[in-house]
Design a binder for this molecule. Structure first.
Ligand code: DGP
Length: 113
């Protein structure tokens, strides 16, 4: 089932887009948890890490490479940043279209809550 992120991909609702190519889209999180908080999503409707299939390998690899490039573009590489993929209920996933949170711009605590 499609989510609000498909509507963002299709430009049916607005978002502050920071990067796009044929495979993925990155845009600012509507509820930022850090000075820089970007969501990186595949254009393919993958529900979560729990539903990933072998055929998704190229897309997921692409996301990791682009996460690194986008973090660098946003000035996060030197200070550091965190990539988070919340998966299902215990992790608090609220949008069931796989997304990588790119968080940075402040000291991030560990362990997460
Ligand atoms: P998660 O809890 O990991 O599923 O994160 C979903 C994130 O998506 C959450 O941080 C808020 C963000 N979000 C939800 N709806 C929208 C939206 O319409 N636009 C934008 N830019 N972000 C959204």
């Amino acid at each position: 089932m499609s989510t609000i992120f498909t509507q963002i991909i299709n430009r049916e609702i607005p978002a502050d887009i920071v990067y796009e190519d044929e495979v993925c889209l990155a845009f600012k999180d509507i509820n930022p948890q850090a000075p820089v908080h970007v969501l990186l999503i595949p254009k393919k409707e993958i529900v979560s890490m729990a539903t990933v299939e072998a055929e998704d390998q190229t897309v997921l690899g692409h996301l990791m490479v682009k996460a690194s490039e986008i973090a660098s573009m946003l000035g996060l590489s030197e200070g550091g940043y965190r990539l988070v993929v919340n998966t299902n209920e215990d992790a608090g996933q609220s949008v069931f279209h796989l997304h990588v949170h790119i968080l940075g711009g402040r000291k991030l605590t560990w362990p997460p809550g």
